[in-house]
Design a protein around this ligand. Structure first.
Ligand SMILES: Nc1nc2c(c(=O)[nH]1)N[C@H]1C(S)=C(S)[C@@H](COP(=O)(O)OP(=O)(O)OC[C@H]3O[C@@H](n4cnc5c(=O)[nH]c(N)nc54)[C@H](O)[C@@H]3O)O[C@H]1N2
Ligand SMILES: Nc1nc2c(c(=O)[nH]1)N[C@H]1C(S)=C(S)[C@@H](COP(=O)(O)OP(=O)(O)OC[C@H]3O[C@@H](n4cnc5c(=O)[nH]c(N)nc54)[C@H](O)[C@@H]3O)O[C@H]1N2
Ligand code: SF4
Ligand SMILES: [Mo]
Length: 891
């Protein structure tokens, strides 16, 4: 692979916590090109479908390009003055706890650092929390309980060196694709076994050696059973436990009481006992075992206990920080780890210090010369929005996150934002949350921003700019410092550039440290601007006094008062909200392969939308039958908090009784199809992280009377429809519509969407009874601008052939016009079909054709079509198609 060219800028992918290195440039013709950085140790040149499509997310469409007050464009000074004045006035009248910041793992470390400093050191409140509360808080709390500090001991190298990788509550094939490929390589190269613990049969489970589809929320029982098993079969490292840990007796006696036998575990977890034994035996027999965990563990009302149940097993075998072994919490967002370093959570202080320790508070206050140091933790996300709702918090500033979509019980969050006296939002685009902004501040986006991020393995990398920042757009750190200055704190927020902030952050980490905190960047405290500019990826810690020791805690010394790691006795609790007669099912939520969160960026890329273009709820065939539902029906879903609608997909990879809905669809892409209103605000007692993976649910079939599709160049948000969703295609958008009203009423509603200005160039077909309607609108050149088909339910003609006409922008032939009116494709050409491989844009029809022509293996498909040869996250789907199509071919 080619090394970096002189015109390429080294930067870091802004999506997941793998933190892949990216080489980016603007070509002579203005096109933006990105590729994986072959020298970056997180990815060695690879990128997944999302990373590969980064250049396509950088259009100016939808960007916020200047500050606004109440929706009106204003000068920066006017906006900043108002923010500073309203925050200062609220603090003067109601005290510092009447204001709050809600920030994000999308921010760079430098942005995060100054936001935290302003709130905790100068405003004097702990009320700054981040979307990491919804993401990493249970891991942070679990690490602190066991290790005394929030430390991820391991490195990505461990995946290459492990003999067993246990993934629990992690769909890494889709969510950390480049890491998952690394695990699969280890399997090929050294025979590493992969075990996946997840209630759903995910793409990750598909490729595993053993899948344990446990009942949701029963991880503590499963790992308590493992601890008991390790003790029973003598697979513990007794001397490690004696020398380096405390609390074993209490933990093992609770584990034994909780999980007396493999049979008891199998029963409690809803698993076959043979599979439980297989897992336990393999773990007990393997010295090099890594346990990777993510949101199926963290996002739980007992998430912290789940984390400690896992860590307990690794303490028992002494496998912490050893090559190829240890617990490994993988981070979600690009800078989730950086946010933890600067203390972005309401209950943390900067540089891994905490409010529990008065000396820490004094130390940070001295270092910052804090004008008004917060002494106690602030409100955690769910409580913060409750406080906004009941008026305790009167002014909030939201940066780089979309809580109107992503918070649980989001209808309540929206109501809170609506009644709040003063809402400031910094974002790069318009979102469901920016609609509530009294002041909207345009922030610099990826490609413009300049600073550092830290990935899952504690590796700091730079994000560097390679396109100019639009004239009236500013970096988050600068916006925060501008407001701080106007609030009277100019002397403490006068930074010339991100490098100056980074130096201060690194200095604080080393300040009076003396080994008290492993997080230490002392060696970088005086980094010159030049060295910051050329800074290559490196791990923390980077202390002054000893060389870089990337693997942490390997020596068995922990950050607790007695230097020992703590076993935490944990017991399996019931799910927070069990199913009941009113809500007999359970809703699980999570991610799709090609989408990122609320789709503000990935939603702009046609090929990322192509694999899963509309919101779909997955359920087991038994539940579908019980609710009289078929594939493609519209389902109405309700939980005690709210409702949503989505298309039904029957998938026996779901356990009966459990339903899965992806998190991605906001009001920008569909109506009422998101998980926010459905999700539960019940939180973990230690971490405050909400239970996002389990909430009681009921569903019913919504009787669709009509369906429609509008294909248009225009960017619309339809109103008045029971259900719509849209997705980007080449040259425009596809709007899928349906309704429960009479078909003639549906026709009227849908006709209202057609471009009124295009009346003169409209051809239309209306059947006499108003039950079906088709229309095409063309531009002055006769090229298709939009087409609308409406029909009774199940009678909508296929329309994918229209997409080529929309993309072509060429005058329609008479035959094509007639085709639109008759609803029949003019010539049956092979369409790619639903996109399976998003990296190379290969569809299922192409794959089927390849199988018919004789391809039987993934390798052959790869050679022929390239499909599956890049990030590999579509390989399990290709394998399924190979299987299905070869059966058909054989018939
Ligand atoms: N494609 C894509 N990748 C992403 C993101 C994205 O939006 N899209 N977001 C990034 C972010 S911020 C994050 S936090 C990560 C999240 O990465 P993951 O945690 O891997 O993703 P999720 O889909 O949220 O959930 C993981 C799995 O937990 C399972 N689960 C649910 N309940 C339980 C349970 O009780 N026990 C166990 N063991 N498992 C359970 C779910 O079925 C699901 O398959 O992904 C990151 N990567
Ligand atoms: N039900 C359910 N809910 C969930 C989850 C779940 O699994 N189930 N997962 C939770 C998790 S783990 C997470 S991480 C959250 C994610 O939820 P959010 O944080 O709400 O999701 P994003 O879409 O990533 O929102 C980021 C916003 O920041 C903007 N942005 C990007 N870069 C910048 C920047 O540099 N500066 C500024 N100012 N803005 C920027 C983007 O345009 C976007 O609007 O969702 C959580 N919610
Ligand atoms: S795995 Fe994909 S989304 Fe994650 S950092 Fe790498 S390229 Fe970006
Ligand atoms: Mo996350």
């Amino acid at each position: 692979m080619q090394t970096r060219q002189s015109d390429e800028v080294e930067t870091t992918c802004p999506y997941c916590g793998v933190g892949c290195g990216v080489l980016a440039k603007v070509a002579a013709d203005g096109a933006i090109c990105v590729r994986g950085d072959p020298e970056h140790p997180a990815n060695f040149g690879k990128l997944c479908s999302k990373g590969l499509a980064l250049s396509e997310t950088m259009a100016r469409d939808g960007r916020v390009l200047h500050p606004e007050i109440a929706g009106e464009r204003v000068e920066w000074n006017t906006a900043l003055d108002l923010v500073a004045r309203n925050f200062a006035d609220t603090i003067a009248q109601h005290g510092p706890d009447a204001v709050a910041f809600y920030i994000s793992g999308q921010l760079l470390t430098e942005d995060y650092y100054v936001a935290n400093k302003l709130m905790k050191g100068f405003i004097g409140s702990g009320n700054i929390d981040t979307n990491s509360r919804l993401c990493m808080a249970s891991s942070v709390a679990g690490h602190r309980r066991a290790f005394g500090e929030d430390i991820v001991p391991g490195l990505y190298d461990d995946f290459d060196e492990a003999d067993l990788i246990v993934l629990t509550g992690s769909n890494a094939a889709w969510c950390h694709p480049i890491l998952y490929q690394r695990m699969l390589t280890a399997r090929r190269v050294r025979g590493t076994k992969i075990i996946v613990i997840d209630p759903r049969r995910t793409a990750t489970a598909d490729e595993s050696d053993l899948h344990l589809p446990l009942d949701p929320g029963t991880d503590v029982l499963l790992f308590n059973g493992l601890l008991a098993h390790l003790a029973r079969v003598g697979a513990m490292n007794e001397s490690y436990v004696a020398k380096h840990t405390s609390g074993f007796e209490a933990a093992i006696s609770l584990a034994l009481a909780d999980a007396p036998s493999s049979e008891a575990v199998a029963l409690g977890c809803g698993l076959p006992v043979a599979d439980v034994r297989l897992f336990y035996d393999l773990f007990a027999a393997t010295e090099r075992a890594v346990t990777v965990y993510s949101q199926g563990v963290n996002q739980s009302a007992h998430g912290t206990d789940k984390v400690n149940a896992i860590i307990n097993c690794h303490l028992a075998t002494g496998s912490i920080g050893k090559p190829g072994a240890g617990p490994f919490s993988v981070t979600g967002q690009p800078n989730a780890m950086g946010g933890r370093e600067v203390g972005g959570l309401a209950n943390q202080l900067a540089a891994h210090m905490g409010f529990e320790n008065g000396e820490d508070v004094d130390r940070v206050a001295r270092f910052w010369r804090a004008r008004n140091m917060a002494r106690t933790s602030g409100l955690k996300a769910v409580d913060m929005f409750r406080a906004v709702g009941d008026g305790r918090v009167r002014a909030i500033w939201i940066m780089g996150t979309n809580p109107a979509v992503s918070m649980p019980d989001s209808s309540r969050v929206r109501a809170a934002l609506k009644r709040c006296d003063f809402v400031v939002v910094s974002d790069v685009v318009r979102t469901d949350t920016t609609r509530f902004a009294d002041v909207l501040l345009p922030a610099a986006a990826w490609g413009e921003k300049d600073g550092t991020v830290t990935n899952s393995e504690r590796r700091l990398s730079r994000q560097r700019p390679f396109v100019p920042t639009p004239a009236e757009v500013r970096a988050d750190w600068r916006i925060i410092c501008d407001v701080a200055s106007r609030m009277g704190f100019a002397d403490a927020f006068e930074y010339a550039d991100p490098a100056a902030i980074f130096r201060e952050h690194a200095s604080l980490s080393a300040f009076e440290n003396n080994g008290a905190r492993l997080f230490n960047l002392g060696a970088l405290a005086a980094i010159s601007n030049g060295d910051y500019e050329t800074f290559g990826p490196r791990h923390w810690p980077q202390p002054n006094e000893r060389p870089d020791d990337a693997r942490l805690l390997a020596g068995g010394r922990f950050q607790t008062p007695d230097g020992r790691a703590r076993f935490i006795p944990v017991r399996q609790e019931g799910v927070a909200q069990p199913a009941n007669s009113a809500f007999p099912l359970a809703l699980n939520t999570g991610r799709l392969r090609d989408q990122w969160h609320t789709m503000t960026r990935t939603g702009l890329v046609p090929r990322l939308m192509a694999n899963a273009p509309s919101p779909v709820v997955e359920l087991h065939s038994r539940d579908a039958a019980e609710n009289e539902m078929d594939e493609g029906d519209l389902a109405y879903l309700a939980t005690p908090y709210g409702f949503a609608r989505a298309k039904v997909r029957i998938n026996d990879g779901q356990k009966p009784g459990q339903v899965f809905l992806p998190i991605h669809w906001s009001g920008q892409y569909a109506v009422n199809a998101g998980t926010g209103p459905l999700a539960s605000p019940v939180t973990d007692p230690f971490s405050g992280q909400p239970e996002l993976k389990h909430v009681p649910l009921r569903l019913r079939r919504e009787v669709k009377a009509w369906e429609g599709v509008l294909i248009s160049r225009r960017d619309l948000r339809p109103t008045g429809f029971v259900h719509w969703s849209r997705h980007k295609v080449e040259g425009g958008w596809v709007y899928e519509l349906c309704g429960t009203e009479r078909p003639d009423q549906g026709v009227l509603l849908a006709k209202g969407l057609l471009d009124p200005a295009g009346r003169a160039q409209r051809v239309e077909y209306d059947d006499r009874r108003g039950q079906a309607y088709r229309a095409a609108v063309t531009d002055q050149n006769g090229a298709l601008m939009e087409a609308l088909f409406v029909a009774r339910s199940q009678q909508l003609p296929p329309y994918s052939w229209l997409l080529a006409l929309l993309a072509a922008r060429a005058p329609l032939s008479l035959q094509e016009r007639m085709a639109v009116l008759s609803g029949q494709s003019p010539k049956p050409a092979l369409q790619a079909g639903r996109i399976v491989c998003a990296c190379f844009n290969v569809g299922e029809n192409q794959l089927a054709e390849a199988v018919m022509a004789g391809s039987t293996t993934l390798d052959q498909i790869g050679k022929l079509l390239q499909a599956g040869t890049n990030c590999g996250s579509c390989r399990s789907e290709i394998r399924k198609l190979l299987h299905e199509n070869s059966l058909q071919a054989a018939e």
